[in-house]
Write a protein that binds this ligand. Structure first.
Ligand SMILES: NC(=O)c1ccc[n+]([C@@H]2O[C@H](COP(=O)([O-])OP(=O)(O)OC[C@H]3O[C@@H](n4cnc5c(N)ncnc54)[C@H](OP(=O)(O)O)[C@@H]3O)[C@@H](O)[C@H]2O)c1
Length: 212
């Protein structure tokens, strides 16, 4: 598969690097040509602009701070722009001070990105910190870890499922894009727990006990 990566930071590095190692062709696109070139050279892949990454291959990953997203998408051309109809993976988290969502209680970041671009957006890879995406393989004592996905386009979801499996995780489609705001809020909640030293798993009794 060919994947454009918009951004050259930690998530671009981790996900782009792992997908490149798994045999995919990656184009890193950032506002800093030097940083894009450094990632490309280290992974044996291509470097380019944000626009080139948005248009590259089968899927693009949006790996920018949430507060930069609207401006970058506008520069790519809203609605009829470079991302229209493209598969766009949104891993962003709009988490501000106090681990609160800066998107408030509305439809959420992924929905807004889909509306702004006309892209086939899949929300994914936002719920874990970047060091975990580097693990190869991601082996944990409690077994495989699921990666929740939200999206409205079945073909797009299937493509992202492949990319999840290529990292050694298990894809778990949890609903349409209307559920992405819940995934975004859940992630903000998880980050708050982790940062305050609490294990979110202590909130969860065995599955059988709640489904009996
Ligand atoms: N890191 C994590 O553990 C993690 C986990 C899950 C989700 N996320 C989410 O993933 C997204 C990316 O996180 P990250 O950790 O990769 O961030 P990061 O390391 O800070 O990298 C951000 C990237 O965005 C670029 N950027 C910032 N403002 C820009 C602008 N106005 N125009 C163009 N490019 C701009 C930066 O370019 P420069 O290098 O030129 O500044 C950099 O390449 C965020 O929304 C974050 O919440 C992060």
């Amino acid at each position: 598969m060919r994947i454009g990566i918009i951004g050259t930071g930690n998530m671009a590095d981790a996900l782009g690097g792992r997908w490149a190692a798994a045999g995919h062709r990656v184009l890193f696109g950032g506002r800093s040509a030097e940083r894009a070139r450094a990632l490309a050279d280290r992974t044996g892949q291509r470097a380019g602009t944000v626009r080139e990454a948005a248009a590259f291959g089968d899927a693009a990953l949006l790996a920018l701070p949430h507060d930069a997203v609207a401006g970058v998408l506008a520069a790519l051309g809203a609605g009829d722009g470079a991302l229209r109809g493209r598969l766009l993976i949104d891993c962003t988290n709009a988490v501000g001070p106090g681990f609160r969502l800066t998107t408030g209680t509305g439809p959420g970041a992924a929905r807004a990105i889909a509306d702004a671009t006309g892209a086939r957006v899949v929300k994914a890879f936002n719920h874990l910190p970047d060091p975990l995406w580097w693990l190869n393989p991601p082996d944990f004592a409690d077994g495989p870890v699921a990666v929740p996905l939200c999206g409205d386009d079945e073909a797009a979801l299937e493509t992202v499922r492949i990319l999840v499996r290529d990292l050694g995780f298990v894809p778990l489609t949890v609903g349409g894009l209307d559920r992405a705001a819940y995934l975004e809020a859940t992630t903000a909640f998880l980050i708050g727990l982790w940062h305050s030293g609490h294990d979110p798993r202590t909130l969860l009794p065995p599955f059988e006990s709640v489904t009996a």
